[in-house]
Ligand binder design. Structure first.
Ligand SMILES: Nc1nc2c(ncn2[C@@H]2O[C@H](COP(=O)(O)OP(=O)(O)OP(=O)(O)O)[C@@H](O)[C@H]2O)c(=O)[nH]1
Ligand SMILES: [Mg+2]
Length: 269
C-alpha cells in the first residue's frame, strides 16, 4: 500500500526572499502578467500573488494550451470573461500563440506608455512558463527556460520595446499547500522538483482521479505503465519509482492526450 497522506511542501528561502523583493518593487509596476498552467487554473494560482497584484491591471495567461483539454480551456476563458478579467490561453512555446496576449498587454499598458516606459511584472508559481512567456512576447530567447521548477532565482528586467519593460520573477508557491489534491496536481504538472515528492503516490492519485474523470480515454495505471516499459529491478520486480518519474514526464509531454485537471466552478442555475 502507499501512503497518500505524505505532505508535499516546497518553500525554499529564495521564494520567501522573492516575494519580499516583489513587494518592494510594486510601486514601479503598471501591469501584472500572471502565468498559470492552464491544466490547473485553481491549484496553479498563488493567492499570495493575487494579494500582491491587488487592484492593479492584470493579464492572466493560461499556459500549456497545447497540453490542456480544449473544451475545458474554453470554459475557463468564458468563466474569466464573465468576471471581466483579461485572460488568454497560449502554447507558450509557439510564437504564433501570442497575438491576443500582445494585444491585451498593449491595451493594459496604454496610459503608462504615453507617460514614458510602462513596466510589467510577470508572476506565477514555479515552472508555470513565465520565462517562456517573456521570450514569446519579446520574440527572442532572452530569459532562461528549463523543464524543471525553480530555474529563475532572482527578478530580472527585459526591455520589450521603446516603451515597455518586463520583469521576469522566480516562481513562488504558498508556504503551505493546504489541500492534498492541490499537492498532487502541482507535482503532476511539474511545479515541484522531482526530488521533493514521492512520484508513486502522485501517479496513484492521478490514476484514481482519471478513473472518475477520464473514463473515455483512461491512462494506464502505474503497474501497467511500468510493465509495458519493462521497468524491472534485478530481481524481476517492477521498478515503480523510476516508472512513476517517467509517467509524470509522459503526462507533461502530452502522451496521455490533452488533460485539464480542474474545471471552473459550476454556474448557479
Ligand atoms: N508544451 C508546453 N510547454 C511549456 C509551455 N509553457 C512553458 N512550457 C515549458 O515549461 C518549462 C518551464 O518553463 P519556464 O518558462 O522555464 O517556467 P518558469 O515559470 O519561468 O519557471 P521558474 O523560473 O522555475 O519559476 C519549459 O520547458 C517550457 O518550455 C506551454 O505552453 N506548452
Ligand atoms: Mg523562469
Amino acid at each position: 500500500m502507499y501512503d497518500r497522506e505524505t505532505v508535499i511542501q516546497w518553500y525554499p528561502g529564495h521564494m520567501a526572499a522573492a516575494i519580499r523583493q516583489l513587494e518592494q518593487r510594486i510601486r514601479l509596476i503598471d501591469v501584472f502578467v500572471e502565468v498559470v498552467d492552464g491544466r490547473i487554473p485553481i491549484a496553479g494560482a498563488n493567492p499570495n500573488l493575487a494579494e500582491l497584484i491587488g487592484r492593479k491591471p492584470r493579464l492572466l495567461v493560461l499556459s500549456r494550451e497545447d497540453l490542456a483539454d480544449p473544451e475545458t480551456t474554453k470554459q475557463w476563458l468564458d468563466y474569466y470573461a464573465g468576471r471581466s478579467a483579461k485572460a488568454v490561453a497560449v502554447n507558450a512555446r509557439n510564437a504564433a500563440s501570442y497575438a491576443q496576449a500582445s494585444f491585451f498587454l498593449t491595451q493594459l499598458t496604454g496610459s503608462a506608455r504615453t507617460r514614458g516606459t510602462a513596466r510589467a511584472m510577470v508572476v506565477g508559481i514555479p515552472n508555470a512558463g513565465k520565462s517562456q512567456v517573456i521570450n514569446g512576447l519579446l520574440r527572442r530567447d532572452v530569459a532562461r527556460v528549463e523543464d524543471k521548477a525553480g530555474v529563475t532565482r532572482a527578478p530580472q528586467w527585459f526591455r520589450v520595446g521603446p516603451n515597455l519593460e518586463m520583469m521576469d520573477t522566480p516562481g513562488i508557491l504558498v508556504p503551505k499547500i493546504e489541500s492534498l489534491v492541490a499537492q498532487w496536481m502541482l507535482a503532476m504538472c511539474g511545479a515541484i522538483p522531482r526530488d521533493k515528492f514521492n512520484p508513486e503516490n502522485v501517479v496513484h492519485s492521478f490514476v484514481d482521479w482519471s478513473r472518475e474523470n477520464l473514463k473515455r480515454r483512461p491512462p494506464p495505471d502505474l503497474e501497467a505503465f511500468a510493465t509495458a516499459r519493462r521497468m524491472l529491478r534485478t530481481g524481476g520486480e517492477l521498478e515503480l519509482h523510476n516508472a512513476a518519474l517517467a509517467y509524470v514526464k509522459d503526462f507533461n509531454d502530452g502522451k496521455f492526450g490533452r488533460v485539464t485537471l480542474e474545471s471552473p466552478p459550476e454556474k448557479k442555475p
